[in-house]
Design a protein around this ligand. Structure first.
Ligand code: G1P
Length: 308
């Protein structure tokens, strides 16, 4: 009897970046801790992993990232103070982040790129597929993406990346994919990948957004991947090798790493990667909140019509 493969349960969240685009806010605070409305950006990402069934979360951190560990840990003093006050609502908010998932941490040491950050997860992940979630992209919980990607990975094997159509003038900010259609309208086969191409050389306007479900075969490829764009080890380059090798494979061994598929996302995505996008994300999410939204939206309307 063949054993059915274990369900994917591990998420890796690279969080070692310096956040220089947000200085001076990020001088002593990790950029992942910047609030989006009233929750640190990173908590949305962990919540997304958990709602896709990934309750084992490894953060790849670096120096000055201690607040991340504290945020997902208990805070007994604060909990006691809130209990004494009888403030059950705020107590629940404090406890929520520490009860979310089983958290693990590893340090990246040298900041040698996203591919290198993912490689730091190899000992923890072992020999099973896993997800990677980048903190700069927030995916609206009403438009589940990761669960669909996991489904496709479990069916097709190999690796699955999230893709989204962007304005061709923006493609130089992303990894870009050349693709072929499959029988599913939201799934494509990836035939080529380029990290941050010039618009004139981009094979499409399909951008990689920060969600990946990767087969463990990626680790061996990352170990052999030389620094690419920005002199960093690029995850996109390793995935490109995987896709190319699978396409030209003639032996079962060469096919081992599996194909690379893309799930084309059409839902709501909020970018918190740079200051303008971050502000837009906060305004959009605040407008949609049940508690803050009605009052904030009517203020915003007044502000736009009367004061701008
Ligand atoms: C990374 C990836 C890139 C991807 C992007 C998504 O780039 O290297 O392929 O499109 O995330 O947010 P970064 O934005 O970290 O430079």
């Amino acid at each position: 009897m063949t054993q059915s493969p274990l369900r994917i349960s591990k998420a890796v969240i690279p969080a070692a970046g310096l956040g220089t685009r947000f200085l001076p806010a990020t001088k002593a605070t990790p950029k992942e801790m910047l609030p989006v409305v009233d929750k640190p950006a990173i908590q949305y990402v962990v919540e997304e992993a958990v709602s896709a069934g990934l309750t084992d979360v490894l953060m790849v951190t670096g120096r000055n990232k201690r607040p991340l560990e504290d945020h997902f840990d208990r805070n007994y003093e604060l909990e006691e103070a809130l209990t004494r006050k009888g403030d059950a609502e705020r107590l629940a908010k404090v406890q929520e982040s520490s009860d979310l998932a089983t958290m693990h941490y590893v340090r990246q040491g040298d900041p040698r790129g996203l591919g290198h950050a993912v490689l730091c997860a190899a000992p923890h992940v072992g020999d099973q597929p896993f997800a990677v979630l980048l903190g700069d992209d927030l995916i609206d919980p009403r438009d589940p993406l990761l669960a669909r990607m996991i489904e496709v990975q479990e069916r097709e094997g190999g690796s699955v990346i999230a893709l989204m159509e962007v304005d061709p003038a923006q493609i130089h900010q992303y990894g870009c994919a050349a693709v072929e259609p499959t029988g599913d309208s939201d799934v494509v086969k990836v035939t080529n990948l380029v990290e941050k191409p010039d618009a004139s050389e981009a094979p499409s306007n399909l951008a990689i957004i920060g969600r990946y479900v990767l087969g463990p075969g990626i680790f061996d490829i990352l170990r052999e991947t030389a620094p690419g764009r920005g002199n960093e080890i690029q995850l996109t380059d390793a995935l490109e090798k995987l896709a190319a090798r699978h396409q030209s494979a003639t032996t079962a061994e060469e096919r081992l790493g599996g194909p690379v598929h893309g799930v084309v996302f059409k839902g709501r995505r909020y970018d918190t990667g740079d200051r303008s996008d971050y502000l837009r994300a906060i305004v959009r999410l605040a407008c949609e909140r049940e508690d803050l939204g009605p009052e904030f939206r009517s203020w915003l309307r007044r502000y736009v019509t009367e004061e701008m």
